[in-house]
Design a protein around this ligand. Structure first.
Ligand code: ADP
Ligand code: MG
Length: 212
């Protein structure tokens, strides 16, 4: 099987050099199938197993569009749990290293809200969080999603199983209609179809069976 190189993608040289430094040379199948569409700005529903490299697929989409010198929030990643949000934030920090000083904040439930409110005062390029806590911040007006360009629903199947559909719907209503929305899931059940019909615009569907 051929392994397409990241250097085939229309990514900036600093981002490509940073991928080299991370020892990410060839794309995993889900990255090869989704990244050309993501970088074109398409909405996608992507189905792939755990461990297939989904974080870098949407992470590079976010990094590609980030404006380091703009201090408004430019992307939001929703995850089902705090542990997953921390993992995603760490991978995003590594991918964004190429761009210099990029602030990525995690906002999850189960931790005190006050320190989050304080951190938000300094602004963040990217927010990663769980739907309930992001909704709390929207209600308190401590988070403004009015200018984001990318919304990611990571592990959407688990998020919906945990009963987050209504929170996700409310969060989406606070995002601009012009945003790009990327939905990642291990399954393609009815609730995922419903979520993609509701939250995405003419999404391309990407499905990959193998992990490597
Ligand atoms: P998923 O979200 O699909 O479960 P992750 O994004 O967590 O998968 O990636 C799984 C592992 O693969 C991580 O350790 C990550 O660093 C690594 N990885 C992702 N993409 C690549 C790549 N192109 N080359 C090498 N390693 C990669
Ligand atoms: Mg993942």
């Amino acid at each position: 099987m051929t392994s397409p190189l990241f250097s085939l993608l229309p990514l900036g040289q600093p981002v490509l050099d940073n991928l080299d430094a991370m020892q990410y040379h060839s794309m995993t199948p889900i990255q090869a199938a989704s990244l050309p569409l993501i970088l074109e700005g398409r909405d996608i529903v992507a189905q792939a197993k755990t461990g297939s490299g989904k974080t870098a697929a949407f992470g590079l989409g976010i990094v590609h569009r980030l404006e380091p010198t703009a201090y408004h929030t430019q992307a939001l990643v929703l995850c089902p749990t705090r542990e997953l949000a921390e993992q995603v934030a760490n991978e995003l920090r590594r991918l964004a290293r190429a761009l210099g000083n990029i602030k990525i904040l995690t906002l999850c439930g189960g931790t005190p809200i006050r320190p989050q409110v304080e951190s938000l005062k300094f602004g963040a390029h990217v927010l990663v969080g769980t739907p309930g806590r992001i909704m709390d911040h929207i209600d308190r007006q401590t988070v403004d999603l009015g200018a984001i360009h990318t919304l990611v629903l990571d592990e959407a199947d688990r998020m919906l199983d945990m009963g987050f559909f209504d929170d996700v719907a409310k969060i989406v209503r606070n995002c601009p209609a012009t945003r790009q929305t990327l939905l990642f899931s291990a399954t393609y059940a009815d609730d995922i179809r419903k979520a993609s019909a509701r939250f995405l615009k003419q999404p391309a569907q990407v499905k990959v069976e193998s992990v490597h």
